[in-house]
Design a binder for this molecule. Structure first.
Ligand SMILES: [Zn+2]
Length: 302
């Protein structure tokens, strides 16, 4: 099973239910009206009922939206899972296995911390908390939209930094040249781009400890037209960048179970910045709640 996960927000403009797809909850409720369900329940059920069957997996993959990244000449394909996560083929297969391997209901937790494959917390280490980013305005439809994104990034990064100055997480914006790529050494830690080929999502990001070629934060056309707070969407995406999973992984009915690769930091709170609009939770502002702040301090105190 691959080690990497990329996540995105599939919050639909103006809709009370935000999940862009409705594949995961095979035993849960059906698609919410207004959703763009591209994966049928039958596709999912076939793959879910036959873990390890490549034909069933292929049918499921063929129905999923895809996103590609150029990695120095190598095109890397990812599938949009649950309108929420970008996974490669192995990840999707692993996710299906994980659904079957999962244990009983986990303890409710609000801010959920991503775990690496080795079971260690997926946070930025003390020596890697100076996180640089570039915004590649050449990819945006207009200078105005890039400026709007730049402003929202400034707000969102400040909001996370302000939770816990002693945690020493600092985001620095650096100058971008067209086509700039994330990297190590002199390159920015991650790059913000506009993705014109969006499939049912507003924004998408990556996790702490992901390799450089995955470290993009992408915004789409819907980012500029949705009713969600623009800084709020980026606060949510930066939550993933900091290592946090979706709050609704532990939500009551109406949300989608993803997997068990996380540990709870705080009690469940449906207003978390990491909660989708589902199961009676979620907000349009995607603000940091007191629980989000407490969980972040816990995760980054070391
Ligand atoms: Zn997300």
């Amino acid at each position: 099973m691959g080690a990497y996960r990329l996540l995105e927000v599939a919050l639909k403009a103006g809709a009370l239910a935000g999940l862009g797809l409705a594949i995961g909850a095979a035993s849960g409720p059906g698609p919410v009206p207004g959703e763009a369900a591209k994966v049928s329940r039958a596709d999912f059920a076939a793959a879910d009922g036959a873990p390890g069957d490549p034909a069933a997996l292929n049918r499921l993959l063929a129905a999923l939206p895809q996103v590609t990244f150029d990695d120095n000449g190598t095109t890397r394909h990812f599938y949009v899972w649950e309108g929420d996560m970008l996974l490669d083929r192995e990840d999707v297969a692993g996710m299906i296995f994980a659904r079957h391997a999962r244990e009983g209901p986990a303890r409710a937790g609000e801010l959920l911390l991503q775990l690496r494959d080795d079971g260690q917390p997926g946070v930025w280490s003390r020596t890697a908390r100076s996180i640089s980013y570039a915004i590649d305005c050449s990819t945006f439809p207009s200078a105005g939209e890039c400026a709007e994104t730049t402003q929202a990034m400034a707000t969102a990064t400040h909001d996370w930094e302000a939770v816990c100055p002693s945690c020493q997480v600092k985001f620095h914006r650096v100058n971008a040249t067209p086509g700039i790529k994330p990297g190590n050494g002199g390159a920015p830690t991650f790059v913000v781009r506009y993705n014109p080929d969006a499939a049912d999502y507003i924004a998408i990001s990556f996790f702490a400890n992901d390799p450089a070629y995955k470290r993009y934060l992408l915004v789409t056309h819907d980012y500029f037209t949705s009713d969600f707070s623009k800084a709020g969407v980026l606060r949510h995406e930066l939550g993933h960048v900091l290592g946090y999973r979706h709050e609704h992984n532990r939500a009551p009915g109406g949300c989608v179970f993803e997997d068990n690769r996380w540990k709870p930091l705080t009690p469940y709170d449906p207003h978390s910045v990491m909660h989708y609009f589902c199961g009676g939770g979620g907000t349009m502002t995607l603000a940091l709640t007191d629980s989000d702040r407490a969980g972040h301090r816990t995760a980054y105190k070391l």
